[in-house]
Design a protein around this ligand. Sequence first.
Ligand SMILES: Nc1ncnc2c1ncn2[C@@H]1O[C@H](COP(=O)(O)OP(=O)(O)OP(=O)(O)O)[C@@H](O)[C@H]1O
Ligand SMILES: [Mg+2]
Length: 201
Amino acid sequence: MLLSVDALTRVFGSNTAVDNASFDVPEPRMIGIIGASGAGKSTLLRMINRLTDATSGDIRFEGRSVLALKGPDKRTWQSRCAMIFQQFNLVPRLDVVSNVLHGTLNRRSTLATMFNIFPEADIHRSIDILERLGIAEHAAKRAEALSGGQQQRVAIARALMQDPAIILADEPIASLDPMNAQVVMDALRRIHEEDGRTRRS
Ligand SMILES: Nc1ncnc2c1ncn2[C@@H]1O[C@H](COP(=O)(O)OP(=O)(O)OP(=O)(O)O)[C@@H](O)[C@H]1O
Ligand SMILES: [Mg+2]
């Protein structure tokens, strides 16, 4: 089993945000999670990524409990579990390539981070990923100079830079117009088909 969610529950005070959720993902799939506002979709994704603790239940990835991970193992999981958000979360004044390279931050030293120094191989890889998403021509521009759809593709590029085992997309097209929404969903689907990753949104 690739991903297994078992009786997952999260309680906030008197409010049960996620109530006994169970499902299995046997192989890489593109999966959508549908529910009304407040249904617990974001909380579910945040538990998978370990941004939020579960109250009870379990999440296993390739047979290993994700909820039991601690310290460096937890951080490794978080970096393999890329998140894409509605509001992109790019650094607006930073150029596109640097934003994409931020996907590798977790494995870089503080000093290298401070001086914005990246290995050449990573820079080449980030350009390849931007090419794949059809936005390499914007590589040198500031993120804030791009359209919403282009910015979300930069965010997807940053996620791919992490070499993720799973991509969790939380309403990735909610702030885009229909045309850009289509471009971004097509990009996610193509990545899924080409890379065979698991993703939920
Ligand atoms: N940190 C928190 N503290 C307290 N309650 C929270 C917290 N995070 C979420 N909740 C509550 O948990 C419930 C589920 O929230 P969640 O954000 O997961 O819903 P959602 O399905 O993503 O909704 P939306 O479609 O509006 O994004 C809501 O009732 C929300 O108020
Ligand atoms: Mg949400």
